[in-house]
Design a protein around this ligand. Structure first.
Ligand code: ZN
Length: 145
C-alpha cells in the first residue's frame, strides 16, 4: 500500500515534472551526471539575500532521477541556502545510511522507496549533489561516481 503510494508520486513527478525549464536569469547553475544509469541534468537557481527565489532543472534520465529533481525544486523554492544544505544532508543520509529512516523528510519521504533498489539510489541523489554544486558555484560537474 505504502509502496504503491511511493510509486504513484514518483510516476506523477516523472510524467509532469515541476519547474522543468531553463532559467535565463539564474544566479548559478550546475550540471550533474550519473554514469551508472545515464541520467543527466542541469539545475538552475536564483539566489538573493541568501534565499532561493527560483529553482528549476532540465535533463534526461530515468523516472527516479526526474522525479527526484522535480521534488527537489518543489521543496526548495523560497527556502534559505542554509535550509537547502540542511535538506541535502538529511536526504543524502536517509538514502545512503542505514538507521536514518526516522529523519522527517515530509513529502520527500517518497524517495526512500528506492532504498530497496540500491542501484537506483544514485538516481535519487543526483539532483541533490547537483544542487550542492550550484550552491557552491564550483563550476564542476557533479557526478554520483
Ligand atoms: Zn537513473
Amino acid at each position: 500500500m505504502l509502496r504503491d503510494l511511493y510509486q504513484e508520486v514518483i510516476l506523477d513527478h516523472n510524467r509532469s515534472p515541476r519547474n522543468c525549464h531553463e532559467m535565463d536569469d539564474a544566479t548559478s547553475c550546475a550540471n550533474g551526471v550519473n554514469p551508472l544509469c545515464g541520467d543527466k541534468l542541469t539545475l538552475y537557481i536564483k539566489v538573493a539575500d541568501d534565499k532561493i527565489l527560483d529553482i528549476s532543472f532540465i535533463g534526461s534520465g530515468c523516472a527516479i532521477s526526474t522525479a527526484s529533481a522535480s521534488l527537489l525544486t518543489d521543496s526548495l523554492k523560497g527556502k534559505s541556502v542554509a535550509e537547502a544544505r540542511d535538506l541535502f544532508s538529511k536526504v543524502h543520509a536517509s538514502l545512503t545510511e542505514d538507521g536514518s529512516e526516522h529523519v522527517d523528510l515530509g513529502k520527500l519521504a517518497v524517495l526512500l522507496g528506492v532504498k530497496e533498489f540500491p542501484a537506483r539510489v544514485k538516481c535519487a541523489t543526483l539532483a541533490w549533489h547537483t544542487l550542492v554544486s550550484a550552491l557552491d558555484d564550483s563550476g564542476a560537474t557533479a557526478s554520483t561516481e
